[in-house]
Design a protein around this ligand. Structure first.
Ligand code: SF4
Length: 264
């Protein structure tokens, strides 16, 4: 069966590839480039491929920005995380399907032994792929993962200022990650800020219930005040106003269809 390691530039997927390489397993690398990658990823992923001498397949379903514009600057968030499916899963699945293999491929993912909640054997299996968890099954926790990356000088340098490797504009990142982005890649922070501003203009029709990357503060506020501008209403208050205007039950979230209608 053909084997792949799905890499991202992050420590866990890098360690997965290094572990299998040390075991002399035969596999290839696949990377879904979202078009919003941190610059560090563009040198760590090819360095990894070169060290272990494995083919690297870079797949894409268009860029983050292309999809953002197509979606009317509807930013992804915890509830509607459209980016993962559109920019990562879809191009990987299409690539695997395009191989037209007679049996499913083995996809090795970087779930560690110290994150059992993320270990779901069989859950992500499809007729095209079987998922394997070498780090989990070999007892590799965070320490072992960092050790193996350091051993080959392949620990992404962005860990010096960021808790995880993700898209530069990832809505799941911590406040300290945004602050790190502002310090280390101010041009990327400015892009994320502008996309957020565009989103805010588009969603203004929603009576002030604006979409930002974060619930509590905009990136402009974070830059200027270190968090929410203390003189404006909280997001919860804005939401309450919007519910009142639309006669909505305060505990009921709008469905995606309702949100899209309001944006249109
Ligand atoms: S890293 Fe964040 S922004 Fe990028 S695809 Fe994943 S969830 Fe979306």
């Amino acid at each position: 069966m053909k084997k792949f390691v799905s890499v991202s530039g992050g420590k866990d997927s890098t360690a997965t590839a290094l572990l299998l390489w040390e075991r002399k397993e035969d596999f290839e690398l696949i990377w879904a480039d979202t078009g919003a990658e941190l610059p560090e990823n563009y040198w760590i992923v090819p360095r990894l491929a070169q060290l272990i001498q494995k083919p690297l397949h870079v797949v894409s379903n268009g860029t983050f920005f292309q999809w953002l514009v197509k979606k009317g600057y509807f930013l992804p968030g915890i509830i509607n995380k459209w980016c993962t499916e559109t920019l990562k899963q879809k191009p990987m699945n299409e690539f695997i399907k395009s191989l037209e293999l007679s049996e499913p491929v083995i996809m090795n993912t970087g779930i560690r032994a110290d994150e059992p909640k993320r270990y779901h054997p069989l859950e992500y299996d499809t007729k095209y792929q079987t998922t394997c968890y070498p780090l989990y099954e070999s007892g590799y926790g965070k320490k072992e993962v960092i050790d193996i990356c350091l051993k080959y000088d392949l620990l992404n340098p962005c860990y010096a200022w960021r808790s995880s490797v993700s898209c530069f504009c990832c809505p799941l990142q911590r406040k300290s990650d945004w602050q790190g982005l502002l310090k280390h890649h101010p041009e990327l922070y400015a892009i994320a800020e502008e996309w957020e501003r565009q989103s805010s203009i588009t969603t203004e029709k929603m009576d002030g219930w604006r979409f930002w990357w974060n619930d509590d503060y905009s990136l402009t506020e974070l830059k200027n005040w270190g968090g929410r501008n203390p003189t404006r209403p909280t997001k919860a208050q804005l939401k309450k106003q919007a519910y009142a205007i639309h006669n909505l039950d305060n505990g009921v979230l709008w469905s995606n269809e309702e949100l899209v209608k309001k944006i249109d």
